[in-house]
Design a protein around this ligand. Sequence first.
Ligand SMILES: C[S@@+](CC[C@H](N)C(=O)[O-])C[C@H]1O[C@@H](n2cnc3c(N)ncnc32)[C@H](O)[C@@H]1O
Length: 223
Amino acid sequence: MAKDWFEWHDLYQTDARLQQRLEIVREYITRSLDAAPSGQIQVVSACAGDGRDLLGALANHPRAQDVQARLVELNPQLVERGRATLEAIGLTKQIEFINGDATLAAAYSGAVPADIVIVCGIFGNLANEAELQRLIRNLSYLSKSGAFVLWTRGHLDGVTHSETVRRLFQEAGFEEVDFRLTQTGDMGVGIHRHLGENTPVPNEEQLFEFIGKPDKYQIQPVR
Ligand SMILES: C[S@@+](CC[C@H](N)C(=O)[O-])C[C@H]1O[C@@H](n2cnc3c(N)ncnc32)[C@H](O)[C@@H]1O
């Protein structure tokens, strides 16, 4: 069992569901980059972990030099590892890894509205559906009109939580671009388009509350 979020990231080495989820997230990031018009591509990633999704997708992408990104993560060890990866792939000038609280609107000041918004590994760590609705509503602060929003949501005890996420995005006026379950069948990965207008001033100082704990994660070994 992972004792903190740094240790939780070790599960990427052994957990089939996380490995498959990462593959799909990187594919969706690549698709979003491919679809971006010429010029600068603004990206933000909330609760970014060590950034392996975005940085992995950028490592060989022809548009990597066009990307300006801010990744926000609370765990300093993960930020350190993310910064080391940035050095290794030569993108330190345009990508910043902030050690801070991603639930606060202030963390994104100067980096939004974005063309690509990554909110992976968050929805399963919110208190309830109302909190998820609140976060989806607050995505209008992070997103340009037309922005791609990438998300993940695991299932638990047969409850298909990702269906709730899809419904709430639809109710909030987002367009579903794609949605896929991992081969393990219990992790949803989605990409939605924000069709509404950007909200240049946040509706609230805190966009969501992250209450999840790393030791609650249920491991799916690679078969
Ligand atoms: C489930 S992990 C997901 C990490 C990454 N997005 C991924 O998909 O691999 C959740 C991450 O959120 C971070 N986190 C938790 N609360 C946070 C907060 N208030 N601000 C920023 N990061 C936070 C944790 O440290 C952890 O790295």
